[in-house]
Design a protein around this ligand. Structure first.
Ligand code: HEM
Length: 226
């Protein structure tokens, strides 16, 4: 049977198509990485901010006020929202190409954590924007903590908890794949598990302090929607 690519012209066209497809996937990866690094800066500051709640609510709010100078000025906010608008669709497109079946565990962990982060980022930023522009409240410590005192607190424990664990799982799986060619699989695995472990500790600390297990929290009436 004659192959569709029998003629030299068709073969050249096919090769060009494959090359341009490769370039666009590489571009997509580059975009995803760049937006991811931008987001990582914010997420780093954001989680450090939440850990300051272990000191006191006043300290958390003070640190948030300082960090807001970076991410709440028009340029910082535009950059952050643009990064999310690039990160979420580019991640979904990369996953659609990669698929799920037959993937090694590290890549499955990367896809699953990335999928949750895509959902969480959209839902979480929407909630913050609603709080800010519709309910006209300061989206500070109390905004995040209030939901953990609501009748649906258990949902929020899982929702918040998975978000922080997913950030660290995503980083750990990328780190594991990058380290594999450079070190032994055991060492790469130990380092990846250590990253996830740090994430779990940070998650538990944040959830404990925001849920009132570390000190008493009195939610102001403006934040009670139930
Ligand atoms: C327990 C976990 C978390 C809590 C309690 C929490 C809480 C908050 C709060 C209170 C704000 C409002 C900040 C402000 O008004 O300055 C906020 C904003 C935001 N959070 Fe989180 N967050 C958590 C985890 C995450 C994670 C894991 C991500 C990213 C994957 C994330 C991404 C964002 C983004 C993008 C904003 C919008 C910032 C802005 O434009 O003002 N958060 N979060």
């Amino acid at each position: 049977m004659n192959s569709l690519l029998d003629s030299p012209v068709q073969r050249t066209k096919h090769a060009q198509g494959a090359a341009s497809n490769k370039i666009s996937v590489d571009r997509l990866r580059q975009l995803h990485r760049f937006a991811g690094l931008t987001l990582a800066v914010f997420i780093g500051l954001h989680l450090i901010n939440h850990l300051f709640a272990l000191v006191s609510i006043a300290q958390h709010i003070k640190v948030m006020d300082a960090f807001r100078l970076i991410y709440r000025n028009p340029l910082g906010e535009a950059l952050l929202l643009l990064a999310i608008m690039v990160q979420v669709p580019s991640g979904i497109m990369l996953v659609r190409r990669k698929g799920w079946r037959g993937l090694p565990l590290a890549e499955r962990a990367q896809v699953a954590s990335g999928g949750y982060l895509a959902f969480f980022l959209v839902a979480h930023v929407f909630a913050v924007m609603m709080g800010r522009y519709f309910f006209h409240v300061d989206t500070n410590f109390y905004f995040a903590s209030a939901v953990l005192f609501s009748p649906v607190w258990l949902f929020y424990v899982v929702y918040y908890g998975l978000s922080v664990v997913s950030v660290f799982t995503h980083v750990a799986s990328i780190h594991y794949q990058k380290m594999l060619p450079r070190t032994s699989p055991q060492r790469a695995q130990t380092q990846a598990l250590a990253i996830v472990g740090i994430g779990v500790v940070i998650t538990v600390l944040i959830l404990l302090v925001f849920s009132g297990a570390v000190y008493e929290i009195r939610i102001p009436p403006a934040y009670k929607w139930w």
